[in-house]
Design a protein around this ligand. Structure first.
Ligand code: ATP
Ligand code: MG
Length: 257
């Protein structure tokens, strides 16, 4: 099986005024090509740190990350990232924000305008193309960030709570959208979320982390096939996965509270 991402013995500690914070401890993980993997875990357990290290935005204190057999030593266009804090360029319109990565990849103007328009429509922002981030709500900004990540079509997509700022209805529409995109053109996706159902519905595997230090506690294989729909959430198997994941998370949370 070809592996897109390999995380080898990765640890990370941050120096702070009140001493060292051990954010990650000896993380080992392989993500297969075109696999959808989600990470669940309590706040502060190191999910964003792990994603940022894979994205090349943060360096590991120990260990290494390989992306398609090359050592990650910085960001690259093979790995696209949608941040928890949907960092958009404030001086660019919605349209230009979404086109940005395509422009970097030297996609010609007409084509990138067309691709951006397609994703603007998909995330329900038609009519808002010319607005600037300061004129958008948090949820709208998050949808722009998601559209930008998807439009770039990187080999590996790293999503840090991509739906965190959305209301439940919009969130469900976006989950369906992502499910549809992944089913029609599978790509390697690593997504952090706090939503257990979202993780199970979308993923081939769900990783549950424990905190301080952040470690992988459990990895669940989600054998729900590749023809999932919203109805899948009502099946016995789905509810069983949800029960197992909730139990692990409850135990982990009770350890730190
Ligand atoms: N730049 C930094 N400097 C110091 N400590 C940091 C830094 N970034 C993260 N940390 C610490 O590392 C730990 C993990 O943080 P991280 O942001 O990865 O957590 P998380 O799992 O993404 O949490 P959340 O669910 O709240 O987003 C926390 O204890 C945090 O305080
Ligand atoms: Mg985070």
């Amino acid at each position: 099986m070809v592996e897109s991402i390999v995380v080898k013995n990765v640890s990370k500690s941050f120096k702070t005024k009140s001493g060292n914070v051990q954010a990650l401890s000896d993380i080992n993980l392989g993500i297969r090509d075109k696999e959808f993997v989600s990470i669940l875990g309590t706040s502060g357990c190191g999910k964003s740190t792990l994603l940022r290290i894979i994205g090349g935005l943060e360096t590991a204190s120990e260990g290494e990350v390989l992306c398609h057999d090359s050592i990650v030593d910085g960001p690259g266009i093979d790995r696209g990232m949608v941040f928890q804090q949907y960092s958009l360029f404030p001086w660019m319109s919605v349209q230009k924000n979404i086109e940005f990565g395509l422009k970097q990849k030297k996609v010609e103007r007409k084509k990138r305008e067309m691709i951006a328009k397609e994703y603007i429509k998909l995330v329900g922002l038609k009519g808002f193309e010319d607005l600037f981030p300061k004129n958008l709500s948090g949820g709208m900004k998050q949808r722009v960030a998601l559209a930008r990540g998807l439009a770039n079509n990187p080999e590996v997509l790293l999503l840090d709570e991509p739906f965190g700022a959305l209301d439940m209805q919009t969130r469900e529409v976006m989950q369906e959208l992502l499910l549809g995109i992944w089913q029609s053109s599978p790509k390697t996706i690593l997504m952090v979320t706090h939503d257990i159902e979202e993780a199970i519905l979308l993923s081939n595997r769900v990783i549950i982390m424990s905190s301080h230090p952040g470690e992988i506690k459990e990895i669940l294989d989600i054998n729900l096939g590749n023809k999932r729909t919203f109805e899948t959430r009502l099946t016995e198997e789905f509810l069983e996965y949800k029960r197992i994941a909730s139990d692990v998370i409850r135990v982990e949370t009770s350890k730190i509270l």
